[in-house]
Design a protein around this ligand. Structure first.
Ligand code: S3P
Length: 171
């Protein structure tokens, strides 16, 4: 069984995938971490030195590599993964267990505002411009996120509750 978690930056993908992996006794792969290990650079360094297009190409390549192992796993994507290179169609060739962790704009702003530095796409956006930027960004990305089979709203929910909701939809 391959379960894929997707959603905007700071939607809780990494924390949820870790607990879900523990409870289902499945390995957890975080695509960003996988890319960082393979490329021997942090995501921020890849964006800085090679640019976003290179990152998107590598993201697609490693996504394919991970899916092709056909091992049972929890796969946590980067926020932009579903939105490039036809990645959602690729994922759905391997599994229909895709979960969109949907977080409201105010909640996303709350969570990212103190950790912009490690997020290359928003690090140069001022706090004042953040709501408009994230609003537009989510509007553009929504069409891809909506392709996930399951939608889980994350606002005001603990990681434990989110994991329980995912487990219930798997039955
Ligand atoms: C990105 C989100 C990041 C990372 C990269 C690009 C995006 O992952 O893949 O910085 O395009 O939204 P997280 O969602 O884990 O922060």
């Amino acid at each position: 069984m391959t379960i894929v978690l997707l959603g905007y930056m700071a939607s809780g993908k990494s924390s949820v995938s870790k607990l879900l992996g523990k409870l289902l006794a499945l390995p957890v792969i975080d695509l960003d971490t996988y890319i960082e290990i393979k490329e021997e650079k942090t995501i921020a360094e890849i964006f800085e030195t090679k640019g976003e297009i290179y990152f998107r190409m590598k993201e697609h390549q490693y996504l394919k590599e991970v899916l092709e192992t056909k091992e049972a796993m929890i796969l946590s994507l980067g926020g932009g993964t579903p939105c490039y290179a036809n990645n959602m169609n690729l994922i759905h060739e391997y599994t229909k267990d895709t979960f969109y962790l949907q977080t409201s704009i105010p909640e996303i702003i709350n969570r990212v505002k103190d950790e912009k530095a490690k997020r290359p796409l928003i690090r140069n956006i001022s706090d004042e411009d953040l709501p408009e930027f994230i609003g537009k960004h989510l509007f553009e990305r929504n069409v891809f996120y909506q392709q996930a089979t399951h939608h889980i709203f994350t606002d005001n929910k603990t990681i434990e509750i989110l994991v329980e909701e995912i487990r219930e939809s798997l039955h």
